[in-house]
Design a protein around this ligand. Sequence first.
Ligand code: NAI
Length: 381
Amino acid sequence: MFKRMQSMSMQAVHCFQTVGPNQQNYRAIIAIHNTQLGPALGGCRCLHYAHEQLAFDDAMRLAQGMSYKAALANVPHGGGKAVIILPSQVALKDIDRQFLFSWFGHCVEQLNGQYITAMDVGTQVEDMDVVAKQTCHVASASNIGDPAHSTALGVMAGIQAALDFRFQKQPHSSNVSMKWKRFAVQGLGHVGWRIAERLTELGAHVIAADPDEEKCHQGQALGMQIVPVDEILQQECDVLVPCALGGVIHDENVAQLKCSIIAGSANNQLAHDGIARQLKSRNILYAPDYIINAGGLIFASLCYQGQNNDFYTTPEVIDKKIRQKIEGIYTTLFEVFQQAKSSDRDINDVANELALQRLAGKRQGNNDDENKDKGAVYDAA
Ligand code: NAI
């Protein structure tokens, strides 16, 4: 365990256990990767795990990812993640969520603000409301709201950066129009729907897929072309926008892609690091997921700070700051694309290196306030 922590530069891993109603054993892990830039922020997963080790691996890997994401989004947070291990013999519907999340809130409170929790796979706003009764260190209770809108805005900024880089090479000089461009959107959920709807409004040709027929009908009514879920990745398009699952681009399908750019919200889109190199050799521009989908983190971070009166006073001020930081996703991505091209390296390598530089507190180049808010890569917060 300590070896693994060391190899990932993990700061701390906290373990909690309790016995709940009906003598059920509950266990929780809170992994804190790095608090160099601020208290660790990251969601809480609540799942059954086949082995305890898988839960530790999940918590640590995700906490590390959050550190990188926060560093490149230029928010004053480190990376953390919580995992609640559900007892294997208890079905999800039989879990006493009131008890469970009350206890989990107490665990978070014990860390004195070093870790701020939020929603993730297997948790909902109602659970976070229960957590909020035990601790103020929670960033997605119902008083804060759904981050999907901010995530979608960030993805739109990232798509613009990728189009500008691919077709024009100069940041923001005059944005490449999305009108008539072809987009293939995988998943019409909270984030994917907002992106597909906006692209349609902008006059783009939107091809979309989702197993949910109702969502497909709604998309069709707006003018989207709906295709079966197993055909969306092979669509001929300018931009493939994965907004459903992780690991969707893998060794078996990378050669079949017919897109020029991949830019979507899904976490861990590439099955493994080698895929980034294959995309590079196929001249497909990939926007690293943890940069382009940081809008939700930016939203959670600033709302949390506003709620706790750290920096900002009114909702309008917070909203403005959120929008500025989300715009920074454009700048950060453009810089990463440029650096990858000039150094002939794959994009993930460059993005990871930048994140590590920020975590190490290195500053490069300009650091005036305006650029700091916009999250430019040369201004490491
Ligand atoms: P969601 O659960 O609302 O939407 C996912 C959609 O994908 C659903 O409509 C589902 O029916 C569809 N789907 C499932 N399998 C599919 C398949 N094989 N082909 C096509 N569609 C399929 O999730 P949400 O919130 O929209 O998130 C989407 C992705 O973005 C997830 O990977 C999530 O982890 C990531 N993300 C979301 C953020 C947020 O603010 N909601 C923030 C950062 C990342």
